[in-house]
Write a protein that binds this ligand. Structure first.
Ligand SMILES: [Zn+2]
Length: 415
């Protein structure tokens, strides 16, 4: 029989200290049990034994150590399947809190999550300015505000998680390139560690959203799927066979630069017609403004009340719902480009399931999703059907996902 402990870290990350000897925690079986509790809580010792392949006596001993270290608590009684009613256990929500920051949306969002990754508090403020200096100041003030307003009642802060767009070096916590935020080689982890003296975990927005959807959202039943982020940028978070796909050098890909139109607009990467040049929010808005400039659409004109400067994706959605052919065509063209890239990804990787999220996809709503499905049906021909579902967590996927990954890092558990 395959040794089931092979795929988990060999040691519990010793970041979590309670003044006790954690030697007993630093075992692969402990990590396995803790991961399994996380994924199945509340759960029983018998179920954990069955799921992990460990003896019930071993599971019981490991749980005793987890309880002694405040990482796991008793959670009442479960249903009996004939014998005694089993005592249930779950991760201890009061083991501390994580502060999370989301740089992927059009406002700066921050949240406080307990040690079982339940949301305690979320707030957002508009970005005042971009670039490393202004962003650092805003992140500091957001973190300070989270600490003071969250009602943490003196709870231990376990770590800080940051979800960011762009290309990152997750190992060193450096944002290598995030065009939309005007960042390059931005050593955010070092900056936050120096000020807060806490473990800091910087992750790509697409990856954290994928893991959040897998644990809590639309992707719970998928063993492999792509989370497609459509926002100011476009990107894929790829979940394969029980884990996030990391890619070469920890970079899971730059899917916004999949070419969908060889004769399309010039992209920042030097090519023409990358997905981001034709289907991200700025591309949709600028196409809509061109239509408005030529005064070709009275419905869209009316929806924005003559003020093209205020034009948003929600305006385009409202106009399409009110019967604007131009607005509908904008949505359909965007959907076409995305479906084209999704179909090619699906046949290349053998992935059938996609979760679509990000601000732009949320703003464009059901009409957009239906258009994507329609184009997927058109492109799939004899391919196996592609299933695309909307995000279940919406904007919260970034904060909740990076908080989860930070807890996993602090406790040394695998996903
Ligand atoms: Zn490009």
């Amino acid at each position: 029989m395959k040794n089931k402990t092979q795929n988990v870290p060999l040691s519990i990350n010793p970041t979590y200290k309670k003044g006790q000897d954690l030697a007993g925690l630093r075992s692969s079986n402990m990590a396995l049990v803790l991961s399994t509790i996380w994924q199945n809580a509340p759960t029983s010792r018998a179920y954990l034994a069955k799921k992990t392949g460990l003896a019930v006596s071993s599971v019981t001993r490991l749980i005793r150590q987890l309880v002694e270290n405040d990482l796991v608590v008793e959670a009442g009684k479960g249903k009996s399947s004939g014998g005694r009613t089993p005592k249930l256990i779950m991760p201890n929500p009061n083991a501390g809190v994580v502060l999370s920051i989301d740089l992927s949306s059009s406002s700066l969002r921050g949240g406080v999550f307990n040690a079982f990754n339940q949301e305690i508090f979320v707030e957002q403020i508009p970005f005042t300015d971009l670039g490393s200096g202004p962003l650092t100041d805003q992140i500091f003030s957001m973190l300070d505000s989270l600490q003071s307003q969250s009602g943490m009642q003196g709870q231990k802060i376990l770590g800080i998680g940051v979800s960011t767009p762009g290309v990152i070096d997750a190992k060193n916590g450096v944002v290598l390139e995030a065009y939309n935020l005007h960042l390059s080689n931005y050593p955010l982890q070092a900056i936050l560690e120096e000020k807060y003296h806490l473990p800091v975990n910087i992750q790509t927005d697409t990856s954290v959203a994928a893991i959040a959807e897998k644990y809590y959202g639309s992707a719970q039943d998928f063993d492999r799927f792509v989370y497609l982020l459509v926002s100011n940028g476009i990107g894929f978070g790829i979940y394969l066979n029980g884990q996030l796909y990391e890619g070469e050098n920890g970079i899971p890909g730059r899917s916004g630069h999949i070419i969908v139109d060889r004769n399309g607009p010039v992209c920042i990467c030097g090519n023409r017609g990358c997905l981001e040049t034709v289907a991200n929010r700025p591309a949709i808005i600028s196409n809509a403004k061109r239509i408005l400039k030529n005064n070709r659409d009275p419905i869209l004109q009316e929806v924005i009340d003559g003020d093209s400067g205020s034009l948003s994706l929600q305006h385009i959605t409202h106009a399409a719902e009110a019967g604007s052919n131009f607005a509908m065509e904008l949505i359909r063209t965007t959907a076409d480009h995305l479906a084209f890239a999704m179909r090619n990804t699906s046949v290349a990787m053998g992935i059938q399931n996609f979760v679509i999220g990000g601000e732009a996809s949320i703003d464009l709503g059901p009409l957009f999703l239906e258009s994507i499905r329609e184009y997927l049906r058109y492109y799939q021909k004899f391919d196996p059907a592609i299933n695309v579902v909307p995000t279940q967590l919406g904007y919260d996927s970034f904060l909740k996902g990076v908080s989860l990954m930070t807890l996993q890092q602090v406790f040394g558990i695998s996903n």
